[in-house]
Ligand binder design. Structure first.
Ligand SMILES: *[C@@H]1O[C@H](CO)[C@@H](O)[C@H](O)[C@H]1NC(C)=O
Length: 457
């Protein structure tokens, strides 16, 4: 064998051993230090959690390649993660390599920030080539809906990828004009496969939902790079109360055809001031961590005409008395509002009014009692008390005047309790002591307590 050839063979051997060494290093980095499952368990069989882990890993590799702006939104996985400190001991009995992503459900949910992603059909193709089956759910784009136009355009709302019996649920989050994120409901069309996934177990899709834009962090979970909400506790609590109601634009349009919007300068002014006041109220109460909802006329305005009632002259909100904090008055004053009156006390009929310019903000505190909820009213000059009774309700998100705000989810019941079955007919002369259909006389404050319980500024 010629001498030259021997050198060539030798170099080739050296090069190939280097390559092999690098491969080993790479393998070591990926499968050992990252503590993922070994390809086969001791018995040589894949366990359920190995399969779930590998399905997630495969999906995340694809998502990374196509730059999907994803974050982990799975309530079961995030709950395990949020209780991490408490579970340190407990966790050793769980699958050591997959302690967070392998939940006892055959589903892992991710949220996709749709505004950051350019839809790429190659992604779906690549997913199919990797063996994933896909179910796409599309729906109307609510961002185009308003009083002027009703949406017709369809956008992707949910993707479900299935592999080896595991589901990766991708929920599309869209930016709405009130500066929050929205996802659609998951509604299967007639021709869709109802057995594709255990739909009842999904975290997202039973309703539409609204979220604040979460701050995210990149972390390594069970050896996989994943973005998660920075404050998991806050995200999970938002998730439990995310139910969103779209305004009834179709009905509002019909209403406005019958009763056109007042376009006088005074009405336009009022709407602008009411919007600014509502934004101040939302910011101030968010700072105190106090949930509130649109009440009385402001709720009716949203429900009936997707707007504020321009002749109402005030903004009405409700707060559960259990959420009352005494620094609320100071906080509103700091935000530039003047206290106009304070009626009642924390354990009976509390009501606060503030003014900003010539718009009044009425804050009614609600008391829960058995299967009803009530708020009080006080007539300053006579000390007479009134009580307004509502059926119990839960709170949902909606949008009004470019703000994400809460309303009673059972809005029709709420509005009907307050305004009767003729709520859809505008009434300009309204007496808060006699007009509401749910008002009741509730005695008189003892004169000795007037000074404390009837404060007018
Ligand atoms: C996370 O959010 C909760 C609830 O909103 C809050 O009480 C807590 O302080 C937050 N934690 C951090 C670390 O920001």
């Amino acid at each position: 064998m010629p001498r030259v050839n021997r050198t060539v063979v030798l170099s080739l051997l050296i090069v190939s051993s280097c390559v092999f060494l690098l491969f080993q290093l790479y393998y070591y980095r990926n499968y050992v230090t990252r503590s993922g499952p070994h390809i086969l368990s001791q018995t040589g069989h894949l366990t359920a959690s190995d399969i779930q882990w590998q399905t997630v890993k495969k999906f995340l590799a694809l998502a990374q390649h196509f730059r999907l702006p994803l974050f982990l939104a799975d309530t079961a996985a995030l709950t395990l993660l949020s209780q991490d400190a408490l579970r340190q001991r407990d966790r050793q009995t769980r699958e050591p390599h997959c302690s967070f992503l392998c939940t006892d459900r055959p589903i892992t949910s991710f949220a996709l920030q749709a505004n950051l992603w350019k839809h790429n059909a190659n992604f779906l193709l690549a997913a199919e080539q990797k063996g994933f089956e896909l179910l796409q759910v599309r729906g109307e784009d609510p961002r185009l809906a308003s009083l002027d136009t009703l949406s017709g355009e369809e956008i992707p709302l949910h993707f479900l990828f299935r592999l080896h019996g595991y589901i990766i649920h991708v929920v599309f989050l869209y930016e709405r004009s009130g500066n929050y994120l929205w996802h659609g409901a998951l509604r299967l069309k007639a021709n869709m496969d109802r057995s594709f996934a255990p739909f009842k177990l999904l975290d997202y899709g039973r309703h539409t939902g609204a979220y604040d834009r979460p701050k995210l962090v990149l972390t390594v979970l069970d050896g996989l790079d994943i973005r998660i909400p920075h404050n998991i506790t806050r995200f999970l609590s938002e998730q439990r109360h995310a139910h969103f109601l779209e305004c009834r634009y179709r009905e509002a349009r019909t209403f406005l055809q019958l009763y056109p919007e007042d376009s006088s300068p005074a009405a336009v002014d009022f709407r602008r001031n009411a919007k600014s006041l509502l934004h101040i109220a939302a910011r101030t109460l968010a700072g105190l961590d106090i949930p509130f909802w649109l009440s009385s006329g402001t709720c009716l305005g949203w429900f009936r005409q997707c707007s504020v009632i321009s002749y109402s002259r005030d903004v009405d909100i409700g707060i559960f008395i259990v959420d009352f904090k005494s620094d609320i008055v100071a906080a509103f004053k700091k935000a530039g509002l003047l206290l106009k009156h304070k009626f009642g006390k924390a354990d009976d009929s509390l009501e606060l009014s503030f003014v900003s310019g010539d718009v009044k903000l009425d804050i009614f505190f609600f008391y829960e009692e058995g299967d009803i909820v009530w708020n009080g009213g006080t007539q300053a000059k006579s000390g007479r008390k009134f009580k307004y009774i509502f059926p119990r309700f839960s709170l949902c998100w909606t949008e009004l005047l470019e703000l994400k705000v809460r309303v009673p989810c059972e809005t029709l019941d709420y509005v009907t309790a307050n305004y009767g079955t003729t709520w859809s007919i505008p009434v300009r002369s309204w007496d808060w002591k006699s007009s509401p259909s749910n008002v009741q006389e509730n005695g008189v404050w003892p004169p000795a307590e007037w000074e404390e319980l009837i404060q007018v500024y």
